[in-house]
Design a protein around this ligand. Sequence first.
Ligand code: IMP
Length: 422
Amino acid sequence: MNTVLIGLQWGDEGKGKIVDILSSGVDYIVRYQGGNNAGHTVVVEDKEFVFHLIPSGILHKGKICVIANGVVIDPESLIFELEYLKKNGISIDNKLKISQLCHVIMPYHRILDKLRESKRAHKIGTTGRGIGPCYSDKISRCGIRVIDLLNPKVFKEKLKDNIKEKSEIFQKVYNHSGFDFDEIYSKYLDYGKKMSKFVSNTPLLLQEAVRKNKSILFEGAQGTFLDIDFGTYPFVTSSNVTAGGVCNGTGVAPTAIDKVIGVIKAYTTRVGQGPFPTEFHDELAAFIRKKGKEFGATTGRPRRCGWFDAVIAKYAVSLSGVGELAVTKLDVLDDLKEISICTGYKYKGKIFHEFPHDFEVLDNICPVYKTFKGWNKDTSKVRKFSDLPKNAVDYLSRLEDLISAKITILSVGSKRAETIFC
Ligand code: IMP
């Protein structure tokens, strides 16, 4: 069984925990897009692990974790994460495979990300990790791939071209001093050596796994509305987050995918700028942010918080063919007297239920809410669906109906045990 797991909102849905849980039943766990802009948190016996690049399944013994070709790799960040795992006694040898075809985030990508952001009239609020500029170079056909770092001659040629072009642009456009070839060349060759034992032909590896009927879990990073095509462009990340991204990002054919699970928070959050129709007023946002620990796992930025938006969730379900839902953080809503779900948007007197891509419309819509009575009970100790308070069940049933997908996993806390299988 090959399963894709993706976020249905703006990221931070709690994918790390769900991947960790599902990992015990699969052979391979594969990241297919994004980079170290992601921050996947997994809590094991009171110890919190945060992964940015390495698949969250790495904590399980006997699994192969793959960073596939659709991912962009900052070697510095990867090596830091490898050392972090080693320090924590987690073995990675023979478990981690890195695609030769992954594009490498270079120092000029990180700097350009920050320079561009500082000059933008409408800031995106990027993580500053160089993700956008690295994917831009990939598409412009001047990127440097992991395989290049392993071949000093090829790397030298490619880096020379890049440094020449980039130094000129950076000096003329951004008044930046430019880049030193020798320093970057030797540093990244050294990174290549450190990564080399993990580097592999991952499309072949995964196609072989499919042939042998091994089970694969594809771990999405970010969320549907940060997708470069379907998200709230330009306030998005630079990769295809939705299930369609799996095939190009791994070399596994669409026919090999059996199931798509969507991870969704019982409310909504977003980091960075861009439209957010159901955003709370300050007081409620502060309450939920505190209770739900809504601060970015990568940048530490406070997350914006709001009501569950069924309009975006329904669109996300259909974009990726989601059949099952993992709903997270239900317990964060435990103390609220009333809880709302956005069921439609009102614009110029008309109510509609489809997600609009026109910013003019998005900025001026008024969410239409269905409001439920809260349950005012601690759900974090509940382990069976039938033990949930009736109002919580009503809320979840309505949510399922509105977005046409079935809840199979319900998370009521960050620990593995704080999970209900429905
Ligand atoms: P970038 O991916 O660093 O270019 O950032 C683009 C947008 O995506 C910004 O609004 C970021 O806050 C957001 N973003 C990127 N990665 C994540 C994530 O893992 N969770 C939530 N938001 C993210």
